[in-house]
Ligand binder design. Structure first.
Ligand code: ADP
Length: 485
């Protein structure tokens, strides 16, 4: 069972589950990481920009107050330490020689700051911005520039150093807790998707159960799961298949009962004849001969039925493959009709043949002979004394056509669609009297189908019947069986 299941593949439910989880988790995780990283960058950029603006204001003020030339101004020093507190930053002020004249941390005053940022600010005479995400620190070096004509000199530098940890504190908080959030979201997703799949798959489970039940129940049940368009279509398709199988089963049963009946009829006649002969005691020789002739006729009939049955079964099972060869259809048809001439003469029916053009085509000669013989024999059998049967041959670029027309009793309109069915006979008594089995046309049609051809009948009870057979001139195996009538 387990092995069987494996061969059947992975369940649709599992596939759906994996798909939902992947499709929802991957974008969720990626977007979370992207958004937090974007927010962090934005926060840092904003803070750096603000520090830059603050450094600019401070530099302008210090330059205006002449602090560089009078660095002992206590009120300015006080203001600097206050501003540094409010900004939560370290502020250093340097003169043009890079000597620190004020440090809000009060540690480096009097020393020289020759850091990279200070040096490049000094040489470029413009603001230098530096932000380090690893160290979580930003440095702004803002020059106090004095312009005299075209001459620009740097009087001093304001250096604002700021710790960025606070700026990205919110984001760091979110990032720290993100695995937990994701875990909760994932858990909810798993639960919701399992529930949804369970409910979504319910109609499919029902469908499988109904199909199983219908298959086990000897084709009696039907499938009706209409929750989804798809399940409704599958139900309809399964019902159509079950219907077709049921019809096949019924027609098989009907066929068996027909065969049994047909085979029994001659045997019953033989038995009745033999019994009545026996019960008569001493019988004259002529009567005895007459009875024996009748018995022989019934035995012939039985053997005829069995022959027809055997060829039909062989054709049905495809046991007798076609042995196609390119032959002269005119010659072959003439030969076939020549063999049938004595039967026509015995029935007092004129048999005529007309050909409109020479035809070469791919056919199985033996099988086509059987098919055309059946048609011509019928045209003779179901004819009247002094009547006629006209067989003609014509062709176009693709097909050749054989027409078998007769002046017989015709086929009633309502029977015409059934004459190609097995054991169908319009008038059972007449057919039996003429040795008909009801299998001839069914065999003919099978043979014509095997040649990818078609057969049509036009008939009226006043004018007789015309059967038209159309066969492709060139036989192609791929088409075999596609064109059915
Ligand atoms: P059967 O062996 O009884 O002739 P077929 O299958 O050959 O069986 O024909 C089926 C039935 O179709 C016949 O019993 C007959 O009633 C009718 N039929 C066939 N061919 C003709 C025809 N040319 N004229 C009138 N009826 C025909």
């Amino acid at each position: 069972m387990a092995k069987d299941d494996k061969r059947k593949g992975i369940s649709l439910g599992i596939r759906l589950f994996v798909l939902i989880i992947i499709l929802s988790t991957v974008p969720l995780v990626l977007s979370s990481f992207y958004l937090t990283s974007r927010a962090e960058t934005q926060d840092i950029e904003n803070t750096v920009q603000r520090s830059r603006e603050q450094a600019m204001i401070l530099a302008n003020q210090l330059q205006a107050s002449g602090y560089i030339s009078a660095p002992n101004d206590q009120s300015v020093s006080f203001m600097l330490s206050q501003v540094a507190d409010i900004w939560d930053a370290r502020i250093q002020v340097m003169d043009a020689d890079c000597r620190i004249i004020n440090d809000s941390y009060n540690v480096d005053k009097g020393r020289y700051n020759v850091s990279e940022q200070v040096m490049s600010c000094l040489s470029a005479k413009s603001v230098v911005t530096y932000a380090d995400r690893e160290e979580m620190m930003s440095i702004i070096a803002y020059p106090m520039v004095r312009a005299e004509g075209t001459e620009r000199t740097v009087e001093g530098i304001v250096l604002v150093t700021k710790d960025l940890s606070d700026a990205v504190g919110g984001i760091l908080y979110v990032r720290e807790r993100m695995p937990l959030y994701l875990l909760v979201v994932l858990g909810t997703l798993v639960l919701v998707s399992l529930l949804s799949i369970f409910f979504l798959m319910r109609p499919l489970r029902k469908l499988v159960q109904s199909v199983d039940a219908a298959a086990d129940g000897s084709l009696r049940g039907s499938v009706n799961v209409r929750n989804y368009k798809e399940t409704a279509r599958i139900s309809d398709a399964v019902n159509r298949t079950i219907g077709r199988l049921r019809m096949l089963d019924e027609s098989r049963q009907e066929f068996i009962s027909d065969v049994a009946h047909e085979l029994k009829t001659p045997i019953t006649s033989v038995r009745v004849l033999a019994e009545s002969l026996l019960s008569m005691g001493e019988v004259p020789n002529e009567l005895y001969r007459e009875f024996m002739e009748d018995i022989t006729k019934e035995i012939d009939r039985e053997s005829h039925i069995i022959d027809d049955l055997l060829s039909m079964v062989r054709l049905d099972r495809g046991v007798s493959a076609l042995h196609v060869s390119n032959i002269n259809i005119n010659d072959w048809l003439q030969q076939t009709l020549k063999r049938l001439m004595p039967i026509a003469q015995a029935a007092g029916v004129e048999l005529a043949y007309e050909s409109f053009r020479p035809v070469m085509a791919d056919v199985d000669e033996a099988k086509m002979t059987q098919a055309i013989t059946n048609l011509v024999e019928n045209a003779i059998k179901y004819n009247r004394e002094g009547g006629w049967v006209r067989v003609s041959l014509n062709a176009d670029l693709k097909y050749f056509y054989i027409k078998v027309a007769d002046s017989g009793c015709g086929i009633p309109e309502e029977a015409q669609e059934h004459i190609f069915e097995r054991f169908f006979r319009v008038d059972k008594d007449r057919a039996r009297a003429t040795g008909g089995t009801g299998l001839g046309l069914s065999i003919t049609k099978s043979i014509i189908n095997m040649h990818n051809g078609a057969i049509k009948v036009h008939s009226s009870t006043e004018e007789g019947s015309t059967f038209v057979v159309r066969i492709p001139l060139v036989y192609t195996e791929e088409d075999a069986g596609e064109e059915q009538g």
